[in-house]
Design a protein around this ligand. Structure first.
Ligand code: PMP
Length: 302
């Protein structure tokens, strides 16, 4: 499922450090820490019916990630929110929209690794594009297990949502070479961590399971699914999940802002049963859809 260029995005305006620029003129300095070391944090957001879904949660993860990386002069919540609002209004983007919001450590006075070279404060980039869901909730995806392990707090804590994505990109290349949609990444102990760009859940019997957030991003969609399971009295456990357990699950699905909830229909060549689109999955997905209609930062009142 390779995304294609959408001509609707030809004339978009992109926010960079306080100003909106046409696509061809939106640039960042070669001295910026994101160019020099992938030294930045980011959030992927979706806009539904004039609202930025789960904005509070995304903003919180962004600020916590920047704080963990010891960024200085982090823009205030009000400034970031104002910039996001301005960008969406300028582009008249209110639905079927994806936003990639990036906060870098900022520009350096000279090339180098040391964060003390960053004297200007953070750079803020807001790239909003017309984009339907990247996966459909119905069809499902096939995955392989990657030989690249998902990093954990011993190396680089997966709770920091940073731009240094090479770990996951290497896994995605393996999926591409194998001709499947995504790569399943294991943790240091050989248990499932997550897919290269989404979290993973498994249904067995009437219970939902997801890996502990030891070596995965604590996804906001993952969190919503756990909350919805609670609302619906569905038992949901975090646990170490082995490949054998996934191969024999009643259903496996991926979660993420870009694609919502997506069935995983094949893992390493093993078909995953779907129990007629497990009622558990269908009920959680429909409550998730209901939430996208009500929750979020209002940009354009309905
Ligand atoms: N895992 C990884 C590695 C990701 O990059 C993402 C999305 N940025 C997710 C999971 C899903 O997170 P969320 O539900 O917050 O979009």
């Amino acid at each position: 499922m390779l995304q294609k260029f959408d001509p609707k995005n030809e004339n978009i305006q992109i926010y960079v450090n306080g100003k909106l620029f046409p696509r061809s003129e939106a640039k960042i300095s070669v001295f910026d820490s994101v160019v020099q070391g992938g030294d930045a944090v980011w959030e992927g957001l979706r806009v539904y019916n004039g609202k930025v879904f789960c904005w509070g949660e995304h903003l919180n993860r962004l600020i916590e990630s920047a704080h963990a990386l010891c960024f200085e002069k982090i823009p205030s919540i009000e400034e970031i929110t104002k910039a996001l609002r301005e960008t969406l209004i300028a582009n008249e983007m209110y639905d079927q929209v994806h936003v990639r919001l990036t906060l870098t450590r900022g520009e350096k006075i000279t090339s180098g690794m040391d964060p003390r070279l960053n004297t200007k404060g953070c750079s803020l980039i807001i790239l909003a594009e017309h984009k339907p869901l990247v996966y459909d909730n119905d069809g499902g995806i096939s995955v392989i297990t990657s030989s690249i392990r998902r990093n954990n707090p011993q190396f680089l804590d997966s709770k920091i949502h940073h731009n240094n994505l090479l770990n996951n990109i290497l896994a995605k290349i393996q999926a591409n070479v194998a001709g499947v949609d995504a790569a399943l990444m294991l943790d240091n102990d050989g248990f499932a961590a997550e897919l290269n760009g989404t979290n993973i859940f498994m249904i067995k019997g009437s219970t939902l399971y997801t890996p502990f957030a030891k070596a995965c991003l604590p996804g906001i969609t993952r969190d919503k699914v756990i909350q919805i399971a609670g609302n619906q009295d569905i038992e949901c456990w975090e646990k170490d999940i082995s490949l054998t357990e996934l191969y024999n699950a009643d259903m496996v699905f991926a979660t993420g802002t870009m694609g919502e909830l997506t069935p995983v229909i094949k893992i390493d060549g093993r078909d995953i049963k779907r129990q007629d689109r497990s009622a558990i999955f269908t009920n959680i997905l429909s409550e998730y859809h209901a939430l996208t209609k009500t929750n979020g930062l209002v940009i354009k009142p309905a």
